[in-house]
Design a protein around this ligand. Structure first.
Ligand SMILES: Nc1ncnc2c1ncn2[C@@H]1O[C@H](COP(=O)(O)OP(=O)(O)OP(=O)(O)O)[C@@H](O)[C@H]1O
Length: 598
């Protein structure tokens, strides 16, 4: 209700704004709105999706120049040209995004910067684009007899386009797509394991960038009715970057605030533009150092300062509520690894490994450091492709499938060195696991946005249930980084279970846990098995392995050297010789439990 009132108030203020402004001030506001749309596009690609994009100003130029060329050279009407211009900018976005499929970070920055420079170079030299003089005489956009050559009236067109663009960006960021984009930004491998199609997501980020750049370009062409290369140069790209960084790159509203604020500052410093660039640079450096989340992040920063550091360290886990017992989903074996070999150049990490895990079993994988256990998990979960051999999941050959496909087929995993998304809340980490849609689902964003909101609400309800089951109520709203290790391990397990897997791979789940936490872990894993999920667990804590696992496979130097019930494997001479020695020899079940809970 409060939010609706605020939106209504902002809308009324925006509608009344022209009544209080002179002609020139109105022009400044018109330009500021165009920069705000550009900044939102850049915020989506760079801030939310983490794709370094220095070509946003070129998307802007593509939109503006396409309108200019189509209306003045090809005789198109303004709005037809505008529609085509947005499409061309989106296609340009796809082309610029192609390198992002292969490279990231500063390499991507250099490539996108190169493409932006190539664009400015082309418009400066091409006859079609009017060379350095640019293109003038773009027609006034017709609008039911309303004279849009007036900055006052054009403002209302801009306002409506801006409101729709802003609402769409907010819908994207506050729903499954935005969460996946942010997860990809933080850790693309972990995001892939949770079902995110990384190449498609990267492309989506650049498509959005092209869309917002194109829209801003069309509005610019309609407002100024003249385009020239200097509007789309690197200095303006830098200004745009400064807007997004100062405002707060991952906050869409922050990007808008940054764009409006810097547009006004730029206007005020018009007589000292040489020094202005220096000033922007200085402010950007200060913001990056002291307020990395920009103006939008300041309230949060202040709140955590007031709350005091380390409050998360005192957080408590609640009790785990066991799952209902159910038979395994299928009669077939849950997993079959057939003669898998994995070579890294000269090194043979896995050497003809075969194992079969029946449905509903807890299988332990043990072995000395470097024996290939994690590599085996990486092959099963699609992170690595086996050099030879195959992986079969419930009778279906899945060798070589990408992690997101395997995740949708029911494989969930945790990581040896926890891979929680640190900038997302605990709840959002779980929501990522719960979201089982394909990226192609995003066509619903423009066509059926209410379905997106409905789906998000359904996910939120299921997240609460999961939070309660895993005893995470107290920590659900916080970021994982502030929490003790034991709680982070519990969150990672809950996130894996959010995916409703049939096969759960746990990579050293007890590492770093104290005795009580190991006991609770054993209880949770048993309950997961009893609910019908097959569990494969890599573990160095022998007490836990002996008490928890139905069967144990021992790896040494990439080969299976023993496979069988824990008590038998423990006394197998090859195993004893390989690494376990007396510490594992002939442990009684009781002794093992004792060790596990120590
Ligand atoms: N991406 C990679 N590139 C090159 N070598 C690798 C790669 N991943 C693993 N290895 C090598 O493969 C071997 C097996 O490593 P792996 O991590 O699977 O062992 P592990 O049994 O899980 O060890 P630990 O118990 O220490 O986690 C090691 O020699 C490791 O250095």
């Amino acid at each position: 209700m409060k939010r609706l009132a605020l939106i209504a108030l902002a809308a009324i203020a925006a509608w009344l704004l022209p009544y209080g402004l002179g002609g020139y001030s109105m022009h400044v506001v018109d330009v500021a709105i165009i920069f705000a749309i550009l900044a939102v596009g850049l915020g989506l690609t760079m801030g939310v999706a983490g794709q370094i994009n220095l070509a946003q100003v070129a998307f802007f130029g593509v939109g503006a120049y396409t309108v200019a060329i189509l209306t003045t050279e090809a005789g198109f009407g303004f709005w037809t040209a505008a529609l085509l211009a947005v499409l061309v900018a989106v296609v340009f976005g796809v082309l610029v995004g192609i390198p992002a499929l292969r490279m990231q970070s500063h390499y991507l920055g250099i490539v996108t910067l190169g493409l932006a420079l190539a664009f400015t170079n082309w418009v400066t030299n091409a006859h079609l684009a009017g060379r350095a003089e640019g293109i003038s005489d773009i027609p006034v956009p017709p609008m039911f007899g309303i004279d849009l050559s007036s900055g006052y009236l054009f403002y209302y067109v801009e306002l409506i386009v801006f409101a729709i663009a802003l609402a769409f960006a907010l819908l994207v960021t506050r729903s499954p797509l935005g969460r996946r984009l942010r997860a990809m930004r933080d850790d693309d491998l972990a995001a892939g394991a949770l079902g995110a199609e990384i190449p498609l997501l990267r492309m989506t980020a650049f498509v959005l960038s092209g869309l917002y750049g194109g829209l801003a370009g069309v509005l610019y062409a309609g407002l100024i009715r003249f385009v020239a290369p200097e509007t789309f140069n690197i200095a303006n790209m830098f200004l745009l970057l400064a807007m997004v960084i100062i405002g707060g790159r991952s906050s869409i509203l922050g990007c808008v605030v940054g764009a409006v604020a810097l547009s006004l500052v730029r206007e005020a410093l018009l007589d000292a533009s040489g020094y202005a660039q220096l000033g922007y640079g200085l402010v950007v450096v200060l913001v990056v150092v002291f307020a990395p989340k920009g103006l939008a992040g300041l309230p949060g920063q202040l709140r955590s300062l007031l709350r005091g550091r380390g409050s998360g360290a005192r957080a408590q886990l609640g009790p785990f509520r066991p799952y209902d017992s159910a038979p395994p989903a299928a009669e077939q074996d849950a997993l079959e690894v057939r003669e898998v070999t994995k070579r890294f150049k000269g090194l043979v990490a896995l050497d003809g490994v075969s194992l079969t895990v029946p449905s509903g079993q807890i299988r332990g994988i043990v072995g000395p450091n470097g024996s290939g256990k994690t590599t085996l998990f990486n092959v099963i979960s699609g992170f690595y492709t086996a050099t030879q051999g195959s992986v079969v999941l419930r009778g279906r050959e899945v060798s070589g499938l990408a992690p997101y496909r395997l995740s949708l087929l029911g494989v969930a995993r945790t990581f040896q060195n926890l891979r929680l998304f640190e900038d997302l809340s605990v709840r959002e980490n779980l929501l990522l696991g719960l979201d089982r849609t394909r990226t192609s689902w995003i066509w619903r964003y423009p066509s059926l946005p209410w379905k997106v909101l409905g789906y998000e609400r359904a996910l939120a309800g299921r997240a609460e249930e999961l939070i309660e089951r895993f005893g995470l109520t107290e920590v659900a709203g916080g970021e994982p980084r502030s929490l003790p290790y034991g709680i982070q391990r519990r969150i990672e397990l809950a996130r894996a279970m959010a995916m409703s897997p049939t096969l759960l791979l746990l990579d050293e789940p007890a590492a770093g846990l104290n005795g009580e936490e190991v006991r609770q872990l054993a209880e949770i894993v048993r309950s997961i098995r009893d609910s019908g999920v097959t569990v494969v667990v890599i573990e160095h804590n022998m007490g836990l392995v002996m008490s928890l696992c139905d069967q144990v496979t021992v790896l040494s130097s990439g080969k299976v050297i023993a496979d069988g019930p824990p008590a038998e494997v423990a006394v197998h001479p090859d195993v004893v010789a390989a690494y376990l020695g007396d510490s594992m020899a002939a442990p009684t079940q009781e002794a093992a439990v004792e060790e596990a809970t120590r």
